[in-house]
Design a protein around this ligand. Structure first.
Ligand SMILES: [Fe+2]
Length: 462
């Protein structure tokens, strides 16, 4: 086998340069959130059925979908790669082993294989991407940053794909609360390539975490053309809605929901449904009447009630089922997950047992008005919620549900403590000050409540 190298000097077992270039193009689609990387590599594979790395790439891309419906396609792609093992090089075999571990439910071992590839080939952008993204799914916060840090000095502007690496680093640094470096890396990535949704997203997280709502709105709207047409747009609209939500601009939030997050299509990707549920639940916490939107969203989630593939999905399904009072779907989801936790032993089991199921039950209790139960379910897990995966901004819904439940359960001293804690972390958040005002009001401190409410109002003035 002749064997070539890709544009970063990584050995590829195939001897056809066009195929290698086409793989790079498909990978760019994935990194830039445009097109359809799987469809693109399928076209290449139609002409090059022996392209080991093509099959590996396809299977690897599908690992990140976390959806039952793609499982069969992922396994077929892996099996096609494994059938060519004798032609594969060491790097390709290690990639295969990673996907195999993932398919078997051992996500942590999969990451370990991809890490191994990266130690041997620090410029393997696919391995870097897989480790970074998987660590977000798994809630390995430090390694979202460190996997990039370990190879970063070996990359520079002259290495193809450097701007994607900057995007990964930016997000990892942000999740590790190194906001200034995160912003620097993210802005640099966007300066190199404006259409870099992942880096735009990383900076959006920095602005969210630092309570820079007006800056966030400007960051997103001033470059809307660079992200509003890609495959990440749904989540980016969600980020924009969070700034408006904090500022109490409910009309703008509803507009984003109806116009951008609420697809009429029931066959949409799970992540769109996640963002929609995450936003509607926040509106529900605020007591906003969302009309029949929950009903519509619960219909979309209903077919995946018994999925048990990924706890992070399940909690968002539970938001929809609980808010819409879908007792049959709630029973299906909890029953399927209870059985799963009892019998399975994969990485998701731990996430589900520790965080997913308690949060699901807390959501159910909240929707049924059993606010004290919500508090009791969430208090013990509040410092380990990162194990659910996702970002700080996404998981904040757990902390917000807890403080809102404490208020509604009239546990005002607890609510005040939690609201104070949120405000210390993000003092420019009007919503945090509103929570303090509500807690103080409940405790009978009218003057204190008034002061906190004024503080909230002053922060909403742009
Ligand atoms: Fe995000």
């Amino acid at each position: 086998m002749a064997g070539l190298k890709d544009c970063r000097g990584i050995p590829v077992s195939i001897g056809d340069q066009d195929a290698v270039d086409a793989l790079e193009a498909a990978h760019e689609e994935s990194l830039g959130f445009y097109g359809d990387p799987v469809a693109s590599i399928d076209k290449v594979l139609a002409n090059h059925p022996d392209f080991v790395m093509g099959h590996v790439f396809k299977a690897a891309m599908l690992t990140q979908a976390m959806e039952t419906r793609i499982y069969g396609v992922m396994v077929s792609a892996l099996e096609a790669a494994e059938a060519l093992k004798s032609k594969a090089n060491d790097r390709e075999r290690a990639h295969m082993a990673g996907v195999r571990a993932w398919v078997e439910g051992d996500f942590h071992r999969a990451v370990a294989f991809w890490e191994e590839v990266l130690f041997a080939h620090p410029l393997d952008l696919l391995a870097l991407q897989l480790v970074h993204l998987s660590d977000i799914l798994l809630g390995h916060v430090s390694n979202q940053r460190d996997v990039v840090a370990r190879v970063f000095p070996l990359w520079d502007e002259g290495t193809p794909g450097y701007e994607w690496v900057l995007g990964f680093y930016s997000f990892g640094l942000e999740e590790c609360r190194d906001f200034s470096r995160a912003e620097e890396m993210g802005r640099k990535a966007v300066a190199i390539r404006p259409k870099n949704p992942y880096a735009i997203h990383a900076v959006a997280h920095v602005l969210e975490m630092q309570g820079r709502q007006q800056g966030g709105i400007w960051w997103m709207t001033s470059r809307e053309e660079d992200w509003a047409h890609d495959n990440f747009r749904n989540h980016l609209w969600w980020h924009l809605s969070l700034y408006h939500l904090d500022l109490g601009q409910i009309e703008q939030v509803m507009h984003i929901y109806d116009d951008k997050l609420c697809s009429g299509d029931t066959g949409i990707e799970k992540y769109e449904e996640l963002d929609a549920a995450a936003l509607l639940w926040r509106l529900t916490l605020l007591g906003v009447d969302v009309g029949n939107r929950w009903q519509h969203l619960a219909d979309k989630w209903a077919p995946s009630a018994s999925d048990t593939l990924y706890a992070f999905n399940d909690v968002h399904a539970m938001m929809a089922f609980s808010a819409d009072g879908r007792s049959a779907e709630i029973a299906t989801l909890l029953g399927a997950n209870d059985r799963y936790v009892e019998h399975a032993n994969d990485a998701n089991t731990a996430m589900l047992r520790e965080i997913g199921l308690p949060f699901c039950r807390a959501l159910q209790a909240f929707a049924e008005g059993r606010y004290g139960d919500t508090v009791d379910l969430l208090l013990p897990i509040r410092y380990s919620t990162h194990r659910l995966g996702g970002s700080h901004a996404q998981r904040d819904v757990i902390a917000w549900t807890l403080v809102e439940a404490a208020l509604r359960a009239r546990r005002y001293d607890l609510a005040l403590g939690l609201a104070n804690e949120r405000t210390e972390a993000k003092p420019t958040s009007p919503q945090n000050w509103r929570l303090i005002a509500q807690a103080l009001d409940g405790m009978g401190d009218r003057d204190g409540a008034k002061r906190a409410a004024s503080r909230a109002a002053s922060l909403t003035m742009g």
